[in-house]
Write a protein that binds this ligand. Structure first.
Ligand SMILES: [Mn+2]
Length: 349
C-alpha cells in the first residue's frame, strides 16, 4: 500500500477547539457508530485531555464491542454548548435528529461524509461521494501510523457495514487497502463481521424462517414476495428491528430479479422493502408509492389489508419487469449485467 498523505484539517480544527461534540445520524448504523466512536478514540489517544464526546440516539447492543460505546450520550441536554461540532455519516442537518441544536449553537462546525446528496451543510466539509463509507473518509483524515487497534475496530466496522461485507459496488481497491491496514492493527476481523453483521437473535431467525416459508414466486419466477402481518410479528415476539436482513436473503434466491417484503408496521400500514439484482429500477417503483431509495434497494409504505397491499405492489413490479422485457431486442436473453450493476449500491440511508 502506498504511503497515504492524510488531510489534517479536521485534526487541526480539533486542536484549536476548547471542546468537541461528535454527532452522527438518527438510527445509527455500523458506519455511523464506527466513524463517530473511531474519531473519538483517535482523539482520546492522540490528543489526551481534549474534551470530546459522542452523542447518538440509542445505538444497537451488537456494537457494544466498540471502544467508548458505554459512554455515548443518548439524551439531549439543552444546557450544553460546544466550541466545535463534528458530524460524521450525516447527509443533512435533519439527520442529526434531536442533537441538531448542538450543531447550530457550536462556534465552529465540520462535516465528514460520503453521501452524494450532502449539500455541505457545515462551515468546513470533507465529502467524498465515491467513498464506500464515512469510515473511509475518516481514515483519510487521520495519521495512519497513529491509528490503534481500538480505532481500527471502529473503522473496519464501518467499512464492513456500508459495503455489505465488501460486496456492494461502492467497494473499491482503496476500501480493501484500508481494510487490510486495519487487519494489520491486530483486530479480530472474523468476529467483527460475524458478531455485528451476520449474527441473528433466535427471534430474528424464527421470523426470517416464517417470512421465507410464506413467500411465493411470481411472474415466472422473476419475483419473490412475502408478507409479515402483525399476527406473524406477535407470534414470534418480534418487532421492526427483527425484520432487517430478511429481504437480503430473499434477493439471493436463484433466478429472481426482484424481491419484495411487506411487514405490518402498524394496523393496516405495511412497510415495503424492495430489492433487484440486475435490471429493475426499484427506486422508481418506490417513488411511485411516495417512498424512495436506490436503484437496487428501496422502500415505501402501503395502507390497507395485506392482500390488497401485496397485490398493488406486485402490479408495480409486473409493469417494471414487462418494461424491461419490451426494451430488450426480440429473441435475446437477459443482457449480461455489468459487474457494478450486480449488487445493490447500498442499502443504508
Ligand atoms: Mn455511511
Amino acid at each position: 500500500m502506498e504511503k497515504t498523505v492524510f488531510d489534517p484539517a479536521v485534526l487541526e480544527a480539533v486542536r484549536a477547539a476548547e471542546n468537541v461534540v461528535i454527532l452522527g445520524h438518527v438510527h445509527p448504523d455500523g458506519d455511523c457508530l464506527g466513524s463517530t466512536l473511531g474519531f473519538r478514540q483517535y482523539l482520546r489517544e492522540n490528543m489526551p485531555g481534549k474534551p470530546a464526546e459522542v452523542c447518538l440516539d440509542n445505538p444497537a447492543e451488537k456494537f457494544s464491542y466498540l471502544p467508548g460505546f458505554d459512554e455515548v450520550r443518548t439524551a439531549f441536554d439543552p444546557g450544553r454548548h460546544y466550541d466545535l461540532c463534528v458530524t460524521l455519516d450525516a447527509s443533512d442537518l435533519e439527520r442529526l435528529g434531536e442533537f441538531a441544536p448542538y450543531f447550530s449553537s457550536a462556534n465552529h462546525t465540520f462535516c465528514l461524509d460520503h453521501h452524494r446528496t450532502n449539500p455541505g451543510f457545515a462551515e468546513n466539509n470533507i465529502i467524498n461521494g465515491d467513498a464506500s463509507s464515512c469510515c473511509e473518509v475518516l481514515y483519510g483524515c487521520l495519521d495512519p501510523e497513529k491509528i490503534s487497534r481500538e480505532t481500527a475496530k471502529c473503522i473496519y466496522t464501518g467499512l464492513v457495514h456500508d459495503t455489505g461485507v465488501f460486496r456492494y459496488s461502492s467497494t473499491s481497491r482503496k476500501t480493501m487497502e484500508i481494510a487490510g491496514a486495519m487487519m494489520e492493527k491486530g483486530i479480530d476481523f472474523g468476529e467483527i463481521i460475524d458478531g455485528s453483521f451476520y449474527r441473528k437473535t433466535f427471534t430474528q431467525n424464527r421470523l426470517m424462517g416464517r417470512a421465507l416459508a410464506g413467500s411465493r414466486l411470481y411472474f415466472g419466477g422473476g419475483c419473490i414476495a412475502g408478507v409479515l402481518t402483525a399476527e406473524d410479528m406477535a407470534a414470534e415476539g418480534a418487532d421492526h428491528n427483527d425484520v432487517d436482513g430478511i429481504i437480503d436473503q430473499m434477493r439471493v434466491t436463484a433466478g429472481v430479479e426482484c424481491a419484495l417484503l411487506l411487514y405490518e408496521k402498524a394496523p393496516g400500514e405495511f412497510k415495503a422493502s424492495i430489492r433487484s439484482n440486475h435490471t429493475l429500477d426499484v427506486s422508481r417503483i418506490a417513488v411511485s408509492f411516495g417512498g424512495g431509495g436506490h436503484i437496487r434497494a428501496a422502500g415505501f409504505t402501503l395502507r390497507g389489508n395485506s392482500e390488497d397491499c401485496l397485490k398493488e405492489a406486485l402490479e408495480a413490479v409486473r409493469r417494471g419487469l414487462q418494461e424491461i422485457r419490451e426494451m430488450r431486442p426480440a429473441g435475446e436473453d437477459a443482457p449480461a449485467p455489468a459487474d457494478s450493476a450486480r449488487r445493490p449500491e447500498t442499502t443504508h440511508d
